[in-house]
Design a protein around this ligand. Structure first.
Ligand code: NAP
Length: 261
């Protein structure tokens, strides 16, 4: 006899974003699939997740393939951050080699609006170079990775905002650390920029609403933003919102829209 456990499809969501949590919640609420949300384990106190969660790397492509096979994953969803390129690359290779259907979800990049003073660069190193030699007051929101590069430009004053504390403070004469997690408001972002006399922002083009207010605040205050653009391949062919990804998953699994809540 075939048990329900044998026929309930298992969906693995590679997460770490607001969208991955929302998608997990929607799929889980239907009650006709098993949903596992996977987190890298970078954040010390991640937001409570709506579904069964596993934490930590898989061990490269081979490890991910092993998980897909052992856990009988019927659909892999890559809903990781657009700058998390390694795991996305691993996911593409693992599904190809295991012939597993995949759905990708990636929020669209922010688009330049009239009044934006952006300098777009390829990576953190170029962003630091663009700051120049003259000391500036920089609001750094590009995440913990790559911060060591700031050591090459110690002449600037940095306000570094991260989700988790920077464990080892950088050997910089002028560095201030802010630990905070979005969503932010334009009002609060303006307050940070004004009270600290910031004259340039360094950020990733992450897309989405939660961290956009700093971009809007910079526009309003006529402040320049050094924006690290994402790699082209990051979003190609991906669903741009949770709703679209949700329907793609149902289609992959051959499930009707009317089931669940
Ligand atoms: P990455 O460079 O693409 O991945 C590095 C390694 O971390 C992967 O090879 C994998 O290890 C592990 N990993 C990454 N995401 C995972 C997941 N969801 N579940 C299990 N293992 C995962 O990733 P990253 O840029 O360090 O980002 C790590 C996580 O933070 C991602 O889940 C991402 O969604 C989230 N995040 C990233 C950023 C960012 O700016 N990069 C911003 C916000 C949130 P193995 O090879 O051992 O499997």
């Amino acid at each position: 006899m075939v048990s329900t456990a044998d026929i309930t499809p298992h969906v693995l969501i590679l997460g770490g974003t607001t969208e991955s949590r929302l998608l997990a919640e929607r799929l889980q609420a239907r009650g006709d699939m098993a949903v596992t949300l996977s987190l890298a384990g970078r954040t010390a106190a991640p937001v409570t997740q709506p579904t069964h969660t596993r934490i930590g790397g898989f061990g490269g492509v081979e490890g991910l393939m092993r998980y897909i096979i052992d856990a009988k994953v019927a659909c892999l969803i890559d809903a990781t951050h657009p700058f998390a390129t390694q795991i996305s690359k691993n996911a593409r290779e693992a599904v190809q080699r295991t012939h597993t259907p995949m759905v990708a979800l990636s929020r669209p990049a922010w688009e330049r609006q009239q009044g934006d003073l952006w300098t777009e660069v390829a990576d953190m190193e170029s962003a630091i170079e663009v700051l120049g030699h003259v000391p500036r007051r920089v609001f750094v929101t590009s995440g913990r990775q790559g911060l060591a590069g700031l050591l090459r430009a110690p002449q600037h004053h940095y306000w570094i905002r991260t989700v988790d504390r920077v464990e080892a403070p950088l050997d910089l004469p002028h560095a201030h650390y802010i630990v905070d997690v979005g969503p932010f408001t334009e009002e609060s972002e303006r307050a940070i920029l004004i009270s600290n006399g910031i004259d340039v922002i360094m950020a990733k083009n992450s897309g989405g609403a939660a961290t956009y207010p700093k971009i809007a605040a910079a526009r309003a205050l006529r402040l320049p933003v050094v924006l690290i653009r994402r790699k082209e391949s990051a979003a190609s062919g991906a669903a741009s919102d949770v709703e679209t990804a949700f329907h793609q998953v149902l289609s992959v699994l051959g499930l009707g829209i009317e089931r669940g809540v």
